[in-house]
Design a protein around this ligand. Structure first.
Ligand SMILES: Nc1ncnc2c1ncn2[C@@H]1O[C@H](COP(=O)(O)OP(=O)(O)OP(=O)(O)O)[C@@H](O)[C@H]1O
Length: 771
C-alpha cells in the first residue's frame, strides 16, 4: 500500500525559509515550496499482535515490598503467563517469592507485565496510558526486544507471523525511546541527515534523501533550531522539546510501517505536544501503525488517538476504540462526567483517588451541570474557570472559600464538597483498579481484542523487503569518520583540556629534570624522567579515551540497536579519527620536554622517543576503549583503571628489577606496555652515553671506574638489555593491536541483544522472519 502524507507546513513560526546547510552547496529552500511537496510513504499495513506477554525481573527484596506475609508465591513465569490473560490472578502480580538456591536467594521475582494480550492495528494511532509504573515502557521495550534483564514470555507477531522482537522488530519498526540519546555535538539537521543517509534504502538518491530531511524538519517545526547543536550536560543545546522532536524526526524519516513512541510529548508545551501528535496522527492516516505512551494528554490530544490501551499494574484494564472507553467504564459504574477530559477522569478518578472537578462558565451552567451530576449520582466538584484540573479537594475548597468571600457566590459548590455521595468512585483506588482489572478478561471487549490478536487483519507475515537495510560499509565508514572528526573538534573543552595538560606536564617534567647532565646523579634522574614519561603517557592516554568513550557509549548502543550502522565501521572510523590526536599530543609532549631535560640531542634519538611515546599513548587509548567497552558505568571504569594499570607499572622494570619479579607474577612484565616503552626509552637514550664521577682523590673521571660508567651498563643493571629498541616497539604495536581486538570483542558482546530478548527468542524458536 502506498499513501501520501500531506504536510501541515507553514505553522513553524519560522521566517519562511530553511537553510539546508550542506557545505558549500548550502541553499535556501522556500518554505512554501517545501510545504507543497508530499512525502511519499510506502508503508505496508502491519498488525502487531502480542499474546500473554509477561516480563519478570529479579530484584532485591528491599526494592520491592513483596515478601510481606500473606503474599502468594508466584507461579513459574511460563505457566503464570500462560494463564494470565484468560484468568488474571490478582495476587500473582504483587507476589514475589525468594528464588530457590544460591546467590539468587537474595533476590525476589517482580512481575512487571502479566499476561498482556492485544494488538496494534495499521493506520491507527494507539495511546498506551496508565499510571506511572504501570508497565507502559516495559511493554514497548519488550516489543522492541530491548529488555536488559529478566525473563520475557509470550508471543509477538507481525501480520500473523511470530517474530523474535530483538531480531526482527527493530528492523521493521521505528522506536522513539523515553530517553532520546543523540550525540550532543551534532546539530539537529546532522542528526536527521545521519538517519536518512544510514537508514534509508540505498536505491534512493542523495538528492531525495536530503529533500526528505528538509521536509521532515519542516514537518516537525525544527527549522528554527535545525543548525543548533543537540547539546549535552556540558554544552547548551536545543531545548528538551526540540530534542524530543528531533528523535521523532530521526525515526519518521525512515518511513517505518510501525512507529513506537515512548512519551513523545513529555517536556513539550501544550501546543508542541498537540502539533507533534498531529504529525503522528498524519503518519497513522498514511497507513503506519503508530503507538505512543502518553501521560495526561490534553483533551485535544486525547481525541486525536484512535485506540486506547489502558494498563494498570502490568495488566490490561481496557483496550479498543478510544471513544468506546468512556462507555466501557460507564457501564461498570464509572461514568466520565460531561465536560471532562476522559484521560483526566481515568487518571484521577479511576486509577487514583482524586475527586473530579468540572469547569463551568457561569452560574446557569453550574446549576445545569450539578443537576446532571446529581442524576448520575457522581461525586464531582463544580468549579468556576479558571481552576486548574486536576486538583485536590482541599485546594478546591480553599479556592472556593476565597472566591465565596469575595463574590458571595459558589456556596452551593462548597456544600457539594462536604457532602460526598456514595458511589463506586469512592472505593479505594487499589480495590477499584483490581476490580476493573479482573472485569477485563471476562468482558466482550476483551474477547473482541483477543480475537483480533488471534486473527489479524493482515496475514502475509514479514517479508525480506520489510527489513531495513543499512547503508554500505563505505558510506557508514565515511559518515562515521566525518562525524567522529567533527565530534572531536567540536568537543572543544576536551581538546583544550588535553592541550593544556600536554603543555603543562611537558613543561613541568622538563623544568624538574632541567639539563640533566652526565654525572652519576643524572643516571637516576634519567631513568626517573623516562619512567615518569612512560607512566604519564599511559595514564593520560587511558583516562582520556575512557572518559570520552564512556559518555559516548550510550549513543553508540542506541544507534547500533536502531541499526544505523554496523560495529566494524564505527570502531574503525573511531580509531582512525582519534589517531591524529593520539599522535599530535604525545609528540608535542616529547617535543617540549626532550630538549629541556637535555636528552641526547640527535634527531634520530628524538624521533625514536617520540615514536615510542606515540605507540604507548595509542596502547593507553586502546586500553581506555577496552575498559569503557567492558564497564557500563564511568565510576566503575575509573575505579578499574588504576587496579589494572598500577600493577603493570610496578612490573615495568624500574620499581622492581625485572630479574627479581616474583615467580607467581613472572607473566606480568610480559603484558606490561609500560615495560616495553620504558625499555625502548632506556635503550634509545642510554646508548652511547658515558657518565662522569668524582674519584675519592677528588679527580673528575669519565667511564670505567665510575659506579655507572656507561649507558649500556645502566641498561644491563636494570635487565633491559635483552630487547632492542626495535623489538620493544614491535611488541608495543602487537599489544596495541591485541588491546583493540579485545576492545572490539567486548563492544561486540556488549552491543548484542540483551538477555531477556534472547530468552524470548529461545522460547519461540519457530520465529523465522525472512532475513
Ligand atoms: N529491569 C527492571 N528491574 C526492576 N524493576 C523494573 C525493571 N524494569 C521496570 N521495572 C519496574 O517495573 C515497573 C514498570 O516500569 P515501566 O517503566 O514500564 O513503567 P511506566 O508505566 O512506563 O512508568 P512511567 O510512566 O513512569 O515511565 C516500575 O515499577 C519499574 O520500576
Amino acid at each position: 500500500m502506498s499513501r501520501v502524507l500531506q504536510l501541515h507546513g507553514g505553522d513553524g513560526g519560522g521566517d519562511g525559509t530553511a537553510t539546508t546547510g550542506r557545505g558549500s552547496n548550502a541553499m535556501l529552500l522556500r518554505s512554501s515550496s517545501v510545504v507543497e511537496q508530499k512525502l511519499q510513504f510506502s508503508t505496508r499495513p502491519m498488525t502487531v499482535a502480542f499474546k500473554d506477554l509477561s516480563f519478570t525481573v529479579m530484584v532485591k527484596p528491599n526494592t520491592y515490598p513483596a515478601a510481606k506475609a500473606g503474599d502468594k508465591a508466584p507461579a513459574p513465569a511460563a505457566s503464570a503467563s500462560a494463564s494470565a490473560s484468560a484468568s488474571i490472578d490478582v495476587d500473582a502480580g504483587a507476589a514475589a517469592a525468594p528464588a530457590p538456591r544460591g546467590k539468587k536467594q537474595l533476590l525476589v521475582e517482580k512481575k512487571i507485565l502479566k499476561g498482556v494480550t492485544g494488538s496494534f492495528e495499521s493506520a491507527r494511532f494507539t495511546a498506551i496510558m496508565g499510571a506511572s509504573g504501570a508497565g507502559k515502557t516495559s511493554l514497548l521495550n519488550v516489543l522492541a526486544g530491548e529488555v536488559a534483564a529478566g525473563t520475557v514470555d509470550g508471543t509477538v507477531s507481525v501480520n500473523g507471523q511470530s517474530i523474535d522482537p530483538g531480531r526482527i522488530m527493530r528492523r521493521i519498526a521505528g522506536f522513539v525511546f523515553q530517553d532520546d540519546i543523540i550525540l550532543g555535538t551534532m546539530t539537529v539537521r546532522e542528526a536527521i541527515t545521519m538517519s536518512a543517509l544510514l537508514r534509508l534504502p540505498r536505491s534512493l538518491s542523495l538528492e531525495t534523501k536530503m529533500t526528505r530531511v528538509d521536509i521532515v524538519i519542516q514537518l516537525l517545526r525544527l527549522d528554527k533550531c535545525a543548525d543548533t547543536l543537540i547539546g549535552s550536560a556540558h554544552v547548551k543545546g536545543v531545548s528538551g522539546g526540540e530534542r524530543k522532536r528531533t528523535a521523532v524526526a530521526m525515526e519518521m524519516i525512515t518511513n517505518p510501517s510501525i512507529l513506537f513512541c515512548d512519551e513523545p510529548t513529555s517536556g513539550l508545551d501544550a501546543f508542541s505536544a498537540f502539533s507533534l501528535c498531529q504529525t503522528l496522527k498524519s503518519l497513522a492516516d498514511a497507513g503506519c501503525t503508530v503507538v505512543a505512551t502518553i501521560h495526561q494528554p490534553s483533551s485535544e490530544v486525547y481525541h486525536m488517538f484512535d485506540e486506547l490501551l489502558l494498563l494498570a499494574d502490568g495488566r490490561v484494564m481496557y483496550m479498543g476504540e478510544l471513544e468506546y472507553a468512556v462507555e466501557y467504564f460507564g457501564a461498570r459504574g464509572f461514568s466520565c462526567p460531561r465536560y471532562t477530559n476522559p484521560a483526566d477522569y481515568f487518571f484521577m478518578s479511576i486509577l487514583n483517588d482524586a475527586t473530579h472537578s468540572v469547569f463551568v462558565e457561569d452560574a446557569e451552567q453550574e446549576e445545569k451541570v450539578k443537576e446532571e451530576q446529581e442524576e448520575e449520582g457522581k461525586n464531582v466538584i463544580v468549579a468556576p474557570n479558571p481552576l486548574p484540573v486536576p486538583m485536590d479537594l482541599d485546594a478546591v475548597a480553599d479556592f472556593l472559600l476565597r472566591d465565596a468571600t469575595e463574590t458571595g457566590s459558589y456556596h452551593s459548590a462548597m456544600e457539594d464538597i462536604v457532602t460526598k455521595q456514595e458511589s463506586p468512585i469512592n472505593e479505594k483506588a487499589d480495590v477499584r483498579v483490581q476490580r476493573l482489572l479482573n472485569l477485563w478478561p471476562t468482558s466482550e471487549q476483551s474477547a473482541f481484542i483477543k480475537n483480533r490478536a488471534d486473527n489479524p487483519a493482515h496475514t502475509d507475515g514479514v517479508k525480506s523487503t520489510d527489513l531495513k537495510v543499512g547503508a554500505s560499509f563505505s558510506t557508514q565508514f565515511m559518515f562515521l569518520g566525518g562525524r567522529a572528526f567533527k565530534n572531536a573538534l567540536r568537543n572543544r573543552f576536551m581538546v583544550r583540556a588535553r592541550l593544556g595538560q600536554t603543555v603543562f606536564l611537558g613543561l613541568l617534567v622538563g623544568l624538574i629534570f632541567l639539563q640533566i647532565g652526565d654525572d652519576q646523579a643524572s643516571v637516576q634522574n634519567r631513568t626517573g624522567a623516562l619512567f615518569f614519561v612512560a607512566t604519564n603517557i599511559i595514564m593520560t592516554g587511558t583516562m582520556g579515551t575512557m572518559t570520552v568513550f564512556s559518555t559516548e557509549k550510550n549513543v553508540f548502543l542506541r544507534e547500533f540497536s536502531s541499526r544505523y550502522y554496523k560495529l566494524f565501521p564505527y570502531f574503525a572510523s573511531k580509531i582512525l579519527v582519534e589517531l591524529p590526536f593520539n599522535i599530535f599530543f604525545p609528540f608535542l609532549y616529547v617535543a617540549i620536554l626532550y630538549f629541556l631535560i637535555g636528552f641526547q640531542a640527535t634527531a634520530t634519538k628524538f624521533f625514536i622517543m617520540a615514536f615510542t611515546t606515540v605507540l604507548l599513548a595509542n596502547c593507553g587509548a586502546a586500553f581506555g576503549l577496552l575498559v569503557g567497552s567492558m564497564t557500563s558505568d564511568l565510576t566503575v571504569a575509573m575505579a578499574s583503571v588504576p587496579m589494572i594499570l598500577l600493577p603493570l607499572i610496578i612490573f615495568s622494570g624500574l620499581l622492581l628489577n625485572l630479574d627479581d619479579t616474583p615467580y607467581e607474577f613472572y607473566w606480568a612484565p610480559y603484558i606490561s606496555p609500560v615495560r616495553y616503552a620504558y625499555g625502548a626509552f632506556l635503550n634509545n637514550e642510554m646508548d652511547g652515553l658515558v657518565f662522569t664521577c668524582t674519584l675519592p682523590n677528588g679527580m673528575e673521571h669519565r667511564g670505567l671506574g665510575c659506579p655507572n660508567p656507561t649507558g649500556e651498563a645502566v641498561v644491563r643493571n636494570l635487565s633491559f638489555h635483552t630487547l632492542s629498541v626495535l623489538e620493544n616497539c614491535i611488541i608495543l604495536i602487537c599489544i596495541w593491536v591485541v588491546l583493540l581486538g579485545i576492545g572490539y570483542t567486548c563492544l561486540y558482546r556488549g552491543s548484542r541483544r540483551p538477555s531477556g530478548a534472547r530468552m524470548l527468542s529461545r522460547a519461540r524458536s519457530s520465529s523465522t522472519a525472512t532475513e
